[in-house]
Ligand binder design. Sequence first.
Ligand code: ATP
Ligand code: MG
Ligand code: FE
Length: 353
Amino acid sequence: MNILAFESSCDETSVAVVKDGREILANVIASSADLQSQFGGVVPEIAAREHVKVITAVIAEALAQAACTMEDIAAVAVTAGPGLAGSLLVGVSAAKALAYAYNKPLYPIHHLAGHICANFLCDPNFDVPYTGLIVSGGHSHLVTMDKEYNFQILGRTLDDACGEAFDKIARALGLPYPGGPQIDKLSFAGDSTRYEFPESHLQNALDFSFSGLKTAALTYINRAKMQAEQKGINWTDLLNINDFAASFQAAIIRTLVKHSEKALKLTQARRFALAGGVAANTHLREALAAMCRKNKVDFTCPDRILCTDNGAMIGAAAYYLILSGVKPTDSTLNAYPSWSLDQWKSLPQINVR
Ligand code: ATP
Ligand code: MG
Ligand code: FE
């Protein structure tokens, strides 16, 4: 079954063709990240306008790369939420138009279900049930997926998302957007024990909080900037940026690994999956793989290109949504900027008008 899948929830316009939830026939990604980096982050209005500009060409390119026509497509899938309303609406409108014009069933997909289902594309042995960690620009979730493809959320961030913490600290360090890959790179040449960061202790041991860590990091940076100004020197002479990046990243990874291990103990799952943009982080991948080896649990994590936003992950999620027996939607489909993952098989009641 070939699924034509759309993803446009943030600043990537992506269209993919995925066969049977496992095989990528095409995965075309156009990103406006370079344009957004001039503003230090995603400007929703610009992101939406860029989607409109490129989406027709991206669809054509995806079909061409897959050597498919619409005749070869069995279903159309689209990220319907969560995400930026204006951005989501571009993908939703394009998917609705194609599904209607070619009389194909249309499936709305939850963006985070897409992120974690990217694992089906990378490892032929990956299967339900599993426990997983989704760490992205806007979310941090510990989840389990059962045999009926239902999600249960075990823990979530109470404040900043993990990727957001990376991006905000990178910005304070004067690094370009998105900051996660920059911190990842800098940390290779850094001493991760040089700077100390606090650990959060929450009521639910599987929840996350990154705001204390962020405040501690900003305090280091602002203090260095102030003292440097008084001394008339460069602040990077007072704060070693490689050591700082490595220490900050290590503090985040410690928390993620610890909570993931606790989640595995709770669920007794034999498989663990990592997903979301932050899953591209080299040190996080290694640390979680080591934790899973120690616990004799299979570890899966998508290829880097499938960690950040892409259409193929939406095509994979759609296949498993269809397998679970969910009926297609119709042209009343809307964008759902705050759709909860545990309800991924049914659209939320409140939508954008
Ligand atoms: P969400 O999926 O929550 O809606 P999003 O779609 O904007 O958010 P993703 O594309 O999933 O986010 O991920 C982007 C995030 O991943 C950014 O915060 C970015 O800094 C982070 N990221 C990407 N590569 C790395 C890396 N190597 N190390 C750490 N963070 C990274
Ligand atoms: Mg992006
Ligand atoms: Fe995402």
